[in-house]
Write a protein that binds this ligand. Sequence first.
Ligand code: NAD
Length: 279
Amino acid sequence: MSGDQCRRRVGIVGYGHLGQYLVQRLRDDGLRHGLELAFVWNRDADKLKGMVPAELRLGKLTDFLERHADIIVEVAHPCIAQAYGESFLRTADFMVGSPTALAGLETELKLRAVAQQSGHTLYIPSGALWGGQDIQRMDEGGMLQALTVTMVKHPDSFRLGGHLGELARHARQERTVLYDGPVRGLCPLAPNNVNTMAAACMAASSLGFDGVKGCLVADPALPDYHVVETEATGPGGFSVHTRRKNPAACGAVTGSATFAAFWSSLLVCRGHGGRVYLC
Ligand SMILES: NC(=O)c1ccc[n+]([C@@H]2O[C@H](COP(=O)([O-])OP(=O)(O)OC[C@H]3O[C@@H](n4cnc5c(N)ncnc54)[C@H](O)[C@@H]3O)[C@@H](O)[C@H]2O)c1
């Protein structure tokens, strides 16, 4: 890639595990891929000191416009897409790293509409979802009749409160189904754990968060990997079953392959017009 005018300026919102990884990759390899950092924002600004050059730190997220980002990447919390997604999309492409935010129907409809009006793309990273674009194509062709996503992790790899947290603690003894039902109801209960299911719902938009089934399982026999299975069915007995094993450090919410997958997703984000695009 050559010439400053070809570079896409990337704003990173959130500086936790994923944010730090993406910032490092952008600083190491960004220019080679035509990407440069526009800004980094974190709720706790002190965390950026000594890690991110002062001129790249954004103090107030509401000042994002000053940095002229071409794409803004949220890797913080679902509340960011709910509060800022609309204003991000009015001026830039937006990759929503926490797509469980879109289980709120109002947020999903608003962001879909703004993408269409503004011509900017709402990117959904595939994360641990295998075959997401095939699911999207099947859905767009009116062929997708049902979709189930099952996620299985060690009980210590869930960050859950309430009833599901209680169930996960008991699951240290034996494999336990924590939830089995529409993804819409699961996202608010496990926002950090089921982004992959939310991505599937966005890919399968005719079924959506009410039609795609999510099954969350805690299994003490899986100490160092996570499993994601998808089952898609179509007319005339058509079916596809995938099973993805993702190595993960003991107790990690995010599997290690997910970091590289996020970087690959960002490389896809070169502007696909006013639509939702699985990347
Ligand atoms: N799409 C996927 O497949 C996928 C995979 C892994 C993680 N995620 C999501 O990406 C996000 C970041 O993941 P991570 O592993 O880097 O998490 P992390 O906990 O390491 O970092 C989160 C960062 O966001 C900040 N933050 C937390 N709550 C916030 C709030 N309410 N408002 C603003 N900032 C807040 C924290 O200070 C921290 O810097 C999470 O929402 C997570 O659920 C998505």
